[in-house]
Design a protein around this ligand. Structure first.
Ligand code: GLN
Length: 243
């Protein structure tokens, strides 16, 4: 039977704005298709479970301080998992810690995994509001991602590193260069909450497909009735455009 295994990193610390809801969406979209779904949490000091998708949510600076050292100690294992085909989704505070490090608003220097080439430093104001971005994870198929952002961190990608998408409305990585998030292979980082996946079901399916590839190859995902999700997406996009 086809199955998907998720590791939720630091569920007690990195779960702001109901980011845990992303896992509920992945579960729903798998179970509707008879894909077995298993989630294992991993807190500081716990052994890192083997998984097809590693998930990190957002968090306040103090929660990021609490887990950054533990996460960095796992960098080698995470890198090996990604090299072995695992996918990663990291949101906001988790996204910041995927890079080389984050200097928080109180001046805390938090180390990052270095899994992706990016750095983040908190600025004097928070970047808050509804956001819409355009992305093209599959070449020739541009899509939009909608949601909500609230971060002090300004993220700058290294030379040649691709953002997840281009900001249509909102701030994105740093409010200046038009990029939002990061994408390298099956590793996605983003500032977008909402949570991210309920209003962006196409992205949830992209992640399910990318995560299944490691052990199951390309799995055709039957379409689901996304009328409600699509309507929520449309409304969120309209609100972001009006904001
Ligand atoms: N603490 C980080 C910041 O303010 C991340 C916030 C978040 O995850 N929403 O930039």
């Amino acid at each position: 039977m086809t199955d998907l295994r998720i590791c939720h990193l630091y569920p007690e610390h990195l779960n702001i704005y109901a980011d845990r809801g992303n896992i509920a969406v992945l579960r729903y979209r798998c179970e509707r298709r008879d894909i077995a779904f298993a989630v294992r949490g991993c807190g500081p000091g716990d052994p890192l479970p083997e998984a097809d998708l590693y998930y990190l949510g957002g968090g306040q600076d103090r929660d990021q301080v609490a887990v950054a050292g533990d996460l960095v100690a796992r960098s080698g294992d995470l890198r090996a998992a990604v090299d072995g085909g695992a996918a990663v989704l990291a949101v906001c505070g988790g996204y910041q810690l995927l890079g080389h490090g984050y200097r928080g608003h109180a001046g805390d220097d938090m180390p990052g995994t270095g899994l992706v080439d990016l750095v983040t430093e908190a600025g004097p104001t928070r970047m808050i509001g509804n956001i819409a971005i355009r992305c093209e994870l599959d070449p020739g198929r541009p899509r939009t991602v909608v949601g909500f952002e609230n971060h002090a961190g300004r993220t700058h990608l290294g030379e040649g590193v691709e953002p997840l998408g281009q900001v249509l409305h909102g701030h994105g990585n740093n409010g200046a260069d038009g990029g939002e998030g990061v994408r390298t292979g099956r590793v996605l980082g983003t500032y977008i909450h909402g949570p991210l996946l309920p209003k962006n079901p196409w992205l949830a399916d992209w992640l399910v497909g990318a995560s299944l590839e490691r052990r199951h190859g390309t799995v055709a995902l039957d379409p689901l009735d996304d009328a409600l999700e699509s309507e929520a997406h449309r409304v969120a996009e309209r609100i972001a455009a009006a904001g």
